[in-house]
Design a protein around this ligand. Sequence first.
Ligand code: PLP
Length: 363
Amino acid sequence: MKVPFVDFRNSIATNRQEILDAMARVVDSGSVILGAETAAFERNFAGICGAGHCVGVGNGLDALSLSLRAAGVGPGDEVIVPSQTFIASWLAVSHVGATPVPVEIDPLTYTLDPNRIEDALTDRTRAVMPVHLFGHMSDMDAIMDIAARRDLFVLEDAAQAHGAEYKGRRAGSIGHAAGFSFYPTKNLGALGDAGAVTTNDPVLAERIRSLRNYGSAKKYHHDEVGFNSRLDEVQAAILNVKLRYLADENDRRRDVAAQYLEQLASSSKVQLPVEADWARHVYHLFVVTLDRRDALSEHLKAAGCDSLIHYPITPGGSGAYTGDGIGAQPIADRLADTALSLPMWPDMSAQQVRQVVHAIDSF
Ligand SMILES: *Cc1c(COP(=O)(O)O)cnc(C)c1O
């Protein structure tokens, strides 16, 4: 039997008719830009996150960059970012003309290490972007404390953390704003590109509403140089259906993770992901680490099991940022060299988990 990395066929088959009905509602409504489905999704998603406001946008990268722009972050400003993340976190900073300043990740949770932030602050630092990498929240209390003392804007990159919790509070409800992606493989995925910003700040929400729509709050009145980055109405309709399954799918991801953790607990082959006592992990990815990562990946392949590497190159080590004088980031580099993501999706069967575990045991 082959074990793919993810397999969403079953979940799409389960809600196929609901999705088609939702798409048909948009077709029949005649209102296909910022219509009733987008408005409903914004209400629903704000509610799920425990945030006051949600603004739907075109994708996760725009959710982050429009938030920074709305907060007034721009050229000459520095933004603290984690040393290892998906590169879009850093790109959002670059897109507003500011400079991403990497701070090392915590070696256990792989999220921004609050103890290292203060050393990286300068009089140009304007914002901090904690990334809830792989579905595990960043240590938000510590980060919000530093931000309050230094008057910094905190933007959560929650693109991998829909429904994740920090001390019982949801991703997207703690920072000054949060950017979400609904790229199809995320825990809440559309059937194309989509994203959203959540915030408790009504003024910031209105500014992003304007920025996503040509800088216009009132038709043909353009108060600033805006963008076209609206949440697509058909994707919003699909997301309204899929949002109903998010909590259950996150529970089932946690159940798959529990099986891996139990069956690999005594394995000396890999280091397992940890969940801080203040975190509720939603396992967007199940990432183990080991020195002989490439060899295990090959071994799994031979045993019929797919795996992926998130991410083999750090943003600072990528071509996009060469020449920017970004120094060595040993913890990030080590994660890039040792991380291996095992198959993980809500419908993964107990037998499929056992097959992956068995293949690791025989490595
Ligand atoms: C997916 C992702 C993004 C970007 O989202 P898109 O919708 O693909 O633009 C940003 N940050 C992180 C951590 C992501 O995983």
